[in-house]
Ligand binder design. Structure first.
Ligand code: NDP
Ligand code: 2IT
Length: 448
């Protein structure tokens, strides 16, 4: 980093968290984004704003002991990182995946804080989860794990403190079990303490669809402003086949795009005539089976074991929606060679820093995750609003608000990219727009 203050903050992060590659990566991207404006803000260094911004308010780890179907006690590790509450209570999802560790939860919490700063809603940032692997577990095991996890998490959350939701491995079923346990412990129906709830007990219409739909609303603005085009007739590849990927595919199709490939953690399917989303939904949502089954059931489609070669398939719009760092330099080169005109990050940090640099150098705009996938948490914010008002809005009303929020987010990121002299660099624009808001709130609230 050219600026000495930014480099000093980064060096301190490397020293404090030497074994946290994902965390270091998101901090580096963020600090580099401030390069064009840091000299205009001497108050940041004077008030230790960046030092405070990169260090979470609080990090909690805890034991989660539960009993499996054989009657054996299993022990997992639980996490909640409460990152920053300058503009609202901590807000962010829970991830259940065997790869979960403190580096991943801290990177997700840091990104969550900047994401929430873009939503225009009053939410700070946090994230949590566990190294529990839901794959292959019975419904009873999932329930007992969720109850054990919430028994400990309960003491750290609340509608004015910290509001969790879903992420990888945590969907409506898991949120339901956790909400039941929260209610039992507190003896209170605290609707606004968890979002992504079922529709019969305070969930919001369109929350399930919101992240995926939001990615498309953001990408539409990006295509219009930076590529003078739209989804109509475009070939699209979406990685993953979870909550985000499925509803992203649904909206792409509604907007006239053709999704030709999707994946899960085992491999990918290629259906050159366009994916039949009803089949994918049935396999992944109803049967909780592998994406490989699609090729057995849909003639003309092909399954390939392993995820790495999905980008060998040419596409015009790339929407990685599975997990962090799935697109590295090698994959980015394939995306460029395949003729892509735009990429939007549906997953959190799916592109490495090198991948983003290559895409930008090739003239391909990148919609950064904290902007492009902010529709999920925005609709969580709308769910909290409905819970507090004790009423519920129609699907159309929520979807319309979501659409407006995503347009605003694009505009904020784009305008900031122009203001700092990097027009169209939405990675820089999103970081700058959000940080200016949050840092102002931090300055106004004094040293803490
Ligand atoms: P789901 O658990 O519903 O789906 C995850 C999908 O990604 C599955 O298809 C899964 O495959 C695949 N996947 C997970 N881990 C890996 C891995 N290490 N390698 C390859 N594939 C993998 O999660 P979501 O759809 O909710 O989340 C997807 C991404 O979107 C994450 O990055 C998440 O942080 C982000 N996100 C989620 C939001 C939400 O509201 N849910 C909001 C904003 C962002 P398999 O089925 O084999 O496990
Ligand atoms: O990464 C994310 O934005 C989420 N997992 C959604 C968080 C939320 O609180 O809805």
């Amino acid at each position: 980093m050219k600026n000495a203050y930014l480099q000093k903050v980064y060096d301190e992060v490397l020293k404090r968290d030497p074994d946290a590659p994902e965390f270091q990566q998101c901090i580096r991207e963020f600090l580099e984004s401030l390069e064009p404006i840091v000299d205009d803000h001497p108050e940041w260094e004077k008030n230790g704003i960046l030092e405070r911004f990169v260090e979470p308010d609080r990090t909690v780890t805890f034991r989660v002991a539960w009993v499996d179907d054989e009657g054996k006690v299993q022990v997992n590790r639980g996490y909640r990182v409460q990152y920053n509450s300058a503009i609202g209570p901590y807000k962010g999802g829970l991830r259940f995946h065997p790869s979960v560790n403190l580096s991943i939860i801290k990177f997700l919490g840091f990104e969550m804080n900047l994401k929430n700063g873009l939503t225009t809603l009053p939410m700070g940032g946090g994230k949590g989860g566990s190294d529990f692997d839901p794959h292959g577990k019975s419904d009873g095991e999932i329930m007992r794990f969720c109850q054990a996890f919430m028994t400990e998490l309960t003491r750290h959350i609340g509608q004015f403190t910290d509001i969790p939701a879903g992420d990888i491995g945590v969907g409506a079923r898991e949120i339901g079990y956790m909400f039941g346990q929260l209610k039992r412990i507190k003896n209170q129906f605290e609707g606004a303490t968890l979002t992504g709830k079922g529709l019969t007990f305070g969930g919001s219409l369109a929350r399930t669809e919101a992240t995926g739909y939001g990615i498309c609303y953001f990408t539409e603005e990006m295509l219009k402003t930076l590529c003078d085009t739209d989804f109509n007739g475009k070939t699209v590849i979406i990685t993953g086949s979870g909550n985000v990927a499925i509803f992203c595919a649904e909206k792409v199709m509604q907007l006239g795009g053709k999704v030709v490939a999707m994946s899960d953690s085992n491999g990918y399917i290629h259906d050159p005539r366009g994916i039949d989303l009803d089949v994918v939904k049935d396999i992944k949502l109803n049967r909780r089976a592998r994406i490989r089954v699609y090729a057995d059931e849909v003639p003309g489609s092909v399954y390939t074991e392993g995820c790495r070669n999905i980008w060998d398939i040419p596409c015009q719009i790339a929407l990685p929606c599975a997990t962090q760092n799935e697109v590295d330099a090698e994959e980015a080169k394939k995306i460029i060679a395949g003729g892509a005109i735009a990429l939007a990050e549906g997953a959190n940090m799916p592109c490495t820093i090198e991948a983003v640099e290559l895409l930008h150098a090739a003239g391909i705009p990148v919609g950064p995750a904290k902007a492009a996938n902010a529709g999920g948490v925005s609709t969580s914010g709308l769910e909290m609003t409905q819970n507090s008002m004790r009423l519920s809005w129609s699907f159309e009303e929520v979807d319309e608000r979501l659409h407006g929020i995503m347009r605003n987010i694009f505009k904020a990121a784009y305008d900031a990219s122009v203001a700092v002299g990097k027009p169209g660099n939405l990675v820089v624009g999103a970081n700058v727009a959000s940080f200016l808001k949050i840092s102002e709130a931090m300055l106004a609230q004094g040293v803490m």
